[in-house]
Ligand binder design. Structure first.
Ligand SMILES: C[S@@+](CC[C@H](N)C(=O)[O-])C[C@H]1O[C@@H](n2cnc3c(N)ncnc32)[C@H](O)[C@@H]1O
Length: 440
């Protein structure tokens, strides 16, 4: 495969291309890599860049210069899969690398066109780019480091470049789980000793330990990746073992009610019981508590539950029965906390939800699972009714999740709809990479 790089600074690539596995890949004729300087496309002393049209300072590489580079390199190495680099491009990920490796293999020539200054004329990318890659949501001075990053990742996927091919398949972000922790000599370093099991010689036990460690690390530190992955049912089950137990409580006491927003109670609604129970079941919530201090409301709820948990409803609709079986009635938040503590042996971390923005100290987002899960404690998601949780209940919570909202000013979701969205954002799977992640 030919890889060509059109750049403003080809000297940056001199030692890079002569180093380690990249050097070896060229020596073994697995790839041939060459650079072309954009200045070779202009007369001596002629500029390769020009000011942007419109207000605002900035220079762009001239389209004619890029055109000359593309034509020169394609004349030499044949039609190319052309990659531009821009912070506005597609985020570089292992699945994207894999996809490009497959597409590029058909062409046998990959051309990289890192820019400098303010980048490329938009028409040039439109005309030539097969892919525009960003290495992250930040802006560098030029595209050469991104091009080198791409090359390091891309070359690893060419058979023979990396010694052990299975190590590439098992790498982080090649499957649902990131890589497991590895250790080398000495056995003990800074009072930390290599886990006994790794040295046991028992391959089955080592594999199992590694699999568990990889799953745990992925759940806690890379949940965003995990939920985007196309997991097998076995991987899903394994990951679920490391997600702390979650509980939900719907507060009918300690809530704000009426136009003057005083602290009071609200009435239960059977539709909330049904729908939140079904959402809880879908997202693996261990129990859905309904908390009301009102004895008659508790009695109504128990009567309703007994139909689905033990009565004719259990026979009539088994799935509904399974969901409603998660529902427990309690008189207060304290009672719920005590019940979870009894079951789990630990007081849960309390995660409040609110339609309003919380104060900065407690506010977390739906990307902050690690902050909550690293405590390795059960989690209780606290939902309000009426006009939301009363300050006393609210202040007891350890964290507050931000409001669920769209691109409108309408902020009036029913609690059961909000719960479905909350659980989906916090615990839901939302595959992104599909079959691109088949390995691992
Ligand atoms: C100063 S940047 C131009 C930034 C551009 N004005 C913007 O805000 O999107 C110059 C060049 O560096 C490269 N570059 C900078 N940051 C990058 C990133 N995060 N990913 C890929 N390329 C990047 C691109 O080739 C880009 O055209």
């Amino acid at each position: 495969m030919n890889i060509s790089i059109a750049t403003v600074f080809n000297e940056l690539y001199e030692s890079f291309l002569k180093t380690s596995l990249i050097k070896r890949a060229q020596e073994r004729d697995l790839v041939s890599i060459s650079t072309l300087n954009f200045f070779d496309c202009v007369q001596p002393k002629e500029r390769i860049d020009a000011p942007t049209f419109g207000p605002g300072a900035g220079m762009l590489i001239k389209p004619a210069v890029v055109e000359c580079a593309v034509e020169t390199l394609e004349r030499k190495h044949g039609p190319a899969f052309k990659i531009f680099f821009s912070p506005q491009g597609k985020k570089l990920t292992q699945p994207l690398l894999k996809e490009i490796a497959q597409k590029a293999a058909e062409k046998k020539h990959v051309m990289l066109l890192p820019a400098r200054y303010e980048g490329m004329d938009a028409r040039v990318e439109k005309e030539y780019a097969d892919e525009i890659i960003s290495v992250g949501d930040f802006v560098l001075m030029g595209g050469d480091i991104p091009a080198m990053m791409f090359l390091e990742g891309f070359l690893r996927l060419i058979p023979g470049v990396v010694g052990k091919e299975e190590s590439v398949l098992e790498d982080s972000f090649s499957g649902a789980f990131v890589d497991y922790p590895e250790f080398t000599e000495p056995l003990t370093w800074h009072d930390m000793t290599v886990p006994e099991i790794i040295r046991s010689g028992n391959h089955k036990a080592i594999d199992e330990w590694r699999y568990n460690e990889a799953a745990k690390k992925t759940v806690i530190q890379h949940f965003d990746w995990l939920k985007s992955s196309d997991m097998t049912s076995e991987q899903k089950e394994k990951a679920a073992q490391f997600i702390p137990s979650h509980y939900v409580v719907l507060m009918h006491g300690d809530v704000l009610v009426g136009p003057d927003k005083r602290v009071g109670t609200t009435s239960l609604m059977s539709i909330d019981m049904h729908d939140i129970a079904r959402s809880s079941c879908t997202y693996g919530v261990k129990n859905f508590f309904i908390a009301t201090p009102l004895k008659d409301q508790q009695a109504v709820a128990r009567h309703f539950l007994s139909f689905w948990q033990k009565g004719a409803g259990a026979e009539y609709n088994k799935k509904r029965h399974d969901a409603i079986n998660l529902v427990h009635i309690a008189s207060s938040l304290d009672e719920v906390i005590a019940e979870i503590e009894k079951k789990e042996g630990e007081r849960p971390v309390l995660l409040a939800t609110s339609a309003r923005q919380a104060d900065e100290k407690k506010a977390i987002t739906y990307y902050d699972q690690e902050k909550v899960w690293e405590h390795q404690k059960p989690v209780l998601i606290v939902l309000g009714t009426g006009s939301g949780l009363a300050p006393e209940a609210f202040n007891r919570c350890d964290y507050v999740l931000g409001p669920i909202h769209g691109f409108t000013d309408f902020n009036h979701l029913s609690v059961r709809s909000a719960t479905a969205a909350i659980l989906d954002r916090w615990l839901g799977i939302n595959e992104r990479y599909g079959k691109k992640l088949s390995a691992g």
